[in-house]
Ligand binder design. Structure first.
Ligand code: HEC
Length: 203
């Protein structure tokens, strides 16, 4: 008798997702959010932070201060999500295009993309571009901006001049020249021996 009255947890009174309910007048067990309210974590007041746009065009500033942590997190995420195609250098010679992805990504060091506003990169990550898929579901907004900051750092790294070096410091050598492509994960760089020893060059 007693065992027959037992109600296990797996038969507890509850609603399955989207199941019918007689309790509410519209017979939906799933309730719409109360009008005029926003669920926790879903307030998107800062439009620029979530779109990278001011009105309909991309803005050219970071929505938060760029610290060392931001750049390090950006580098980590970039190397995971972008480098397979764009390469760790950002020159578009990633591993995936080398194995026949439909189109080779453009180099971030092209004049056009060096001038592109920061919000543009945010938008490409959020919505994709051409045959590149979007990364909105894999990369949260904060990390998209972290990546954007790192992409800009990559661009600066490939186009630095003597003028960018702090006063009183000397640049010892020209950057090494590579035979063919610099390494992109699939291959190791082969440094041209003629330029690999700076002392020789400056003699
Ligand atoms: C699966 C390969 C792949 C991955 C991963 C990838 N991209 Fe791309 N990306 C491409 C290709 C291919 C293009 C060129 C698309 C076209 O022209 O149709 C492109 C284009 C771009 C462009 C240039 C848009 C323009 O105006 O020319 C930017 C910026 C960009 N990607 C940023 C990123 C960032 C940031 C990430 C990482 C979050 C990323 N991509 C991940 C393949 C990829």
């Amino acid at each position: 008798m007693l065992t027959a009255c037992r109600i296990d947890m797996h038969v507890q009174p509850r609603q399955n997702p989207l199941s019918r309910s007689d309790f509410f007048a519209d017979q939906r067990s799933e309730r719409p959010p109360v009008e005029g309210t926003v669920a926790r974590g879903q307030l998107r007041e800062d439009t620029y932070f979530y779109t990278g746009k001011l009105g309909s065009s991309p803005g050219d500033y970071m929505p938060f201060a760029v610290t060392r942590e931001v750049l390090e997190r950006g580098r980590e995420r970039y190397n995971i999500y972008c480098a397979p195609c764009h390469s760790r250098l950002g020159d578009g010679n990633g591993f995936i295009p080398s194995r026949g992805f439909a189109r080779k990504p453009p180099s971030f060091h092209d004049q056009r993309l060096r001038k592109a506003p920061l919000g543009y990169f945010y938008d490409v990550i959020t919505n994709g571009f051409g045959i590149m898929p979007d990364y909105a579901s894999q990369i949260a907004p904060q990390d998209r901006w972290n990546i954007v900051a790192y992409v800009r750092a990559l661009q600066l790294s490939q186009n630095a001049t003597q003028a960018d070096v702090p006063q009183g410091q000397k640049v010892l050598s020209e950057p090494p020249q590579f035979h063919g492509q610099p390494g992109s994960g699939a291959t190791l760089p082969v440094i041209d021996s003629k330029t690999s020893t700076p002392s020789e060059e400056h003699r």
